[in-house]
Every structure is written in structure tokens, then in C-alpha cells.
Design a protein around this ligand. Structure first.
Ligand code: SAM
Length: 266
């Protein structure tokens, strides 16, 4: 009998960090079955951060980091301090291994080369990689379904928050998704930038043979949530899935990249 759909605390037992990396992050092109997806997210993150929106020396919080660092490469050029917040111990261990250059860590070099090419300086990839290793100052537990996802840790507000492919996987319903956005927003400075990537109308994704729940949402719901949480200048780019009919590893019909500014205090 197939295992039931995995969600909530199941992540601690069945979300295989190594399987997730091997299945979806072997190359910047990602998993063939998902069509053009990962490389598009990398390009969009490049466009957002290359536009000069973060000052040098910024502090950044990544929420639901998973075992991955691809989402931090473009932003890290401007960051002196990055905090990675993630739910499972296994995923946090993967990030820590990469920071310490453990031989068992995932090889992200192709991703740094990909982004360095986009930035027009392909020779810079190793320096960019070292810089990101130095910038990651902490890898901390978090649970976005809790009122204070980062408790007991307390932080000054960050200049930017990133969250990629996390909230729709972590939140069981629309109310908890909205509450998670509000909690994350409390840790962002007024005028600070949020960047989110998310899949639309997905009900599951598969990792290591287990199916994981996803909350099916669309871009109009995301816009409404971010407006209500106090953001302005909300930009959402939507992309249709390019291989929906042949995709057996997930069922998103598209994905979005959202960026927005937390309103300044009047
Ligand atoms: C699809 S993965 C995305 C990982 C990574 N950010 C990426 O872009 O590939 C979903 C992530 O959400 C995390 N997650 C699940 N439940 C969570 C919760 N309650 N709070 C925070 N993160 C959670 C999982 O551990 C996993 O790392």
C-alpha cells in the first residue's frame, strides 16, 4: 500500500535531504520532468537582485531553506550576514556541511557558474561561493506554522527575506499561509524587500518515493496575502508549467516569483 501523503511533522522522518538534492538539484536545469523551472527561478532571482535593490552589507533571512543554497546566490553578493532558517535537522545539517566544505556536502559549483555567467563575470564563481559560505552566519530551526517561527531566537529586523518553495509545502491551509507571511513580515525592516518563489495549484511533490502535500494556491491569493500583510510595490511574475502532462514528480500548473517592499512607517 502506498504511504499516505506526507505533511507537517512527517517532514522530520521522511523528507530525504539527499534525495531532494539528487532528484531536483543535480544541475541548474533541475529535474527534466518539471520542464523549465529551476533555471527560470535562478534567472529571475538574478534579475531582482541585480537591479540594485539591496545595499552592500545587507542582512538577509531565508525561510524554509531546505538543504539548498541556490536561492541565495544572487542576493549574497550584497550580503554580509545570512541566517538560514529551516524546519528539519537533516536539511540544516546539509547546509552546515556545505558551509564547512564537508566532502559529503552537495556540489553547488554548477549553480555558482550559472549565476556568475548571468552576472557577466564567469571567472567570479569561486569567489562568490566563498563569499556565500562566509556570509551564512547561522542555520537555525524554524516552524512557520507557529506564531513565533524562530523562537526562542530574537533578531533585529532584516533588510531582506527570501522564501522559496516553502510556504505552500509547510502551511496546511490558507489561514496558516497568511499567518506565516505576517510572522515573517515582522522580521523585515520597513522598506525591506521580500522575495518569494512558489508553485501554483500544486497538490503534491515527490521526494525519495514519498508524496508530500502542497496547498494549492494561485497568484491572486498570494497578492491578496501580501497586500494584507502590509506590502507595497508587489510584483508577481507568473510562468506556466512547460511539461505538466508528462510530470510525475509534482503537479504544479505554473510558478511565480514575487517581490515586494514592506511599507515604510508613516
Ligand atoms: C520544497 S522544500 C523547499 C526547500 C528550498 N527552500 C528550495 O527552494 O528548494 C520545502 C521546505 O519547507 C520546509 N518546511 C516544511 N514544514 C515547515 C514548517 N512548518 N516551517 C518551516 N519550514 C517547513 C521543509 O523542511 C522543506 O525544506
Amino acid at each position: 500500500m502506498a504511504a499516505p501523503i506526507q505533511k507537517g511533522t512527517d517532514y522530520h522522518k521522511t523528507f530525504g535531504a539527499k534525495a531532494y538534492l539528487a532528484e531536483f538539484f543535480a544541475t541548474p536545469e533541475g529535474d527534466d520532468e518539471e520542464g523549465e523551472f529551476l533555471s527560470k527561478i535562478l534567472k529571475e532571482l538574478h534579475e531582482i537582485f541585480n537591479s540594485g535593490r539591496l545595499k552592500q552589507g545587507s542582512r538577509l533571512l531565508d525561510v524554509g531553506t531546505g538543504p539548498t543554497i541556490y536561492q541565495l546566490i544572487s542576493a549574497s553578493r550584497f550580503c554580509a550576514e545570512i541566517v538560514c532558517a529551516e524546519y528539519t535537522q537533516n536539511n540544516r545539517a546539509e547546509i552546515e556541511k556545505w558551509v564547512k566544505k564537508d566532502p559529503d556536502a552537495h556540489d553547488w559549483s554548477a549553480f555558482f557558474k550559472f549565476v556568475a555567467d548571468l552576472e557577466g563575470d564567469s571567472s567570479s564563481w569561486e569567489a562568490r561561493q566563498s563569499h556565500l559560505r562566509d556570509a551564512i552566519k547561522e542555520v537555525i530551526p524554524c516552524d512557520v506554522t507557529k506564531p513565533d517561527p524562530f523562537a526562542p531566537r530574537q533578531y533585529e529586523e532584516f533588510d531582506a527575506v527570501i522564501t522559496t518553495l516553502c510556504l505552500e509545502a509547510a502551511c496546511p491551509d490558507r489561514e496558516s499561509y497568511s499567518a506565516a507571511v505576517r510572522s515573517i513580515t515582522r522580521l523585515l525592516k520597513p522598506g525591506g524587500t521580500v522575495v518569494l518563489s512558489g508553485v501554483t495549484n500544486q497538490t503534491f511533490y515527490t521526494v525519495g518515493g514519498y508524496k508530500f502535500f502542497t496547498l494549492p494556491i494561485d497568484s491572486s491569493f498570494m497578492r491578496e496575502v501580501f497586500e494584507k500583510a502590509g506590502y507595497v510595490d508587489i510584483n508577481i511574475k507568473s510562468f506556466p508549467a512547460t511539461n505538466l502532462e508528462n510530470n510525475t514528480v509534482s503537479d504544479f500548473d505554473g510558478f511565480v516569483i514575487l517581490n515586494a517592499k514592506k511599507a515604510e512607517i508613516e
